[in-house]
Design a protein around this ligand. Sequence first.
Ligand code: ADP
Ligand code: MG
Length: 258
Amino acid sequence: MDFLDIDALCVNYNQHNHITSALKDVSLTLPQGSIGVIIGPSGCGKSTLLNILAGLNMNYQGKVFIDGKPPQESKETALILQEYGLLPWKSVWDNVKLGLQIKGASSKETAERTKNILNKLGLLHLKKRFPIQLSGGQRQRLAIARSLILQPELLLMDEPFSSLDALTREEMQDLLLNIWKETHLTIVLITHNIEEAVFLGQKIFVMSASPGTIIKEIDNSLAGDYSARGKMEFLEMCNSLRLGLRGRDEHAPKKLNP
Ligand SMILES: Nc1ncnc2c1ncn2[C@@H]1O[C@H](COP(=O)(O)OP(=O)(O)O)[C@@H](O)[C@H]1O
Ligand SMILES: [Mg+2]
């Protein structure tokens, strides 16, 4: 069995007796230690899928297993959201150490690991600042530090870099790749950025418009190659992904007449 194993997953939302089908018959697998990227149009159910994996929504049909366990029993998962989830009233240092503190680690171990991780993410010199005093990229690095300090086995990221400018975004992609090369943790990242999917996704799962299902699965040998961006092969892969997304997206804007 693969580390991540999803089979025939269906999710419906019931709001005021109106049922919305958010995910329909989603099946995918991901081996341990690899990076899977899920890409699809807005509203297709990407966040729904990630929330299921994070154990935040147990209202689903089908099979979902993380390392052989259902998500709600899998304790080694970290979730990073687009809005970072930082505590604004705590300093950088305190934001990072909190998770370990809650887990009951000794103060010596907590201090050491907090220092190490902040150093690794280039934030140690900012340890006394508060989240509001950081740039978007620094905040995102802080969110990653908060997750990594707990040494998760699965890192879930929901459009984590979408509010960053293009350059910072690429820096963050490089940073994530460095972290992955060091830790080989399993990562599931959601994006609607095609270049990001091709740069990071060893496996790319393309979702259809709502109700979302996987319409294409790509084994991507270009993932993780810092020099790939801008190369012909990379651009071709991006183009083919773009066509795949457009071709099957019935809700995509139609060409306007002049
Ligand atoms: N809590 C909820 N209650 C009702 N409908 C929801 C809820 N969350 C999401 N939806 C609906 O489910 C669909 C998928 O949403 P979502 O997973 O957020 O998509 P994505 O992340 O791909 O943009 C959308 O139609 C959305 O309106
Ligand atoms: Mg979403």
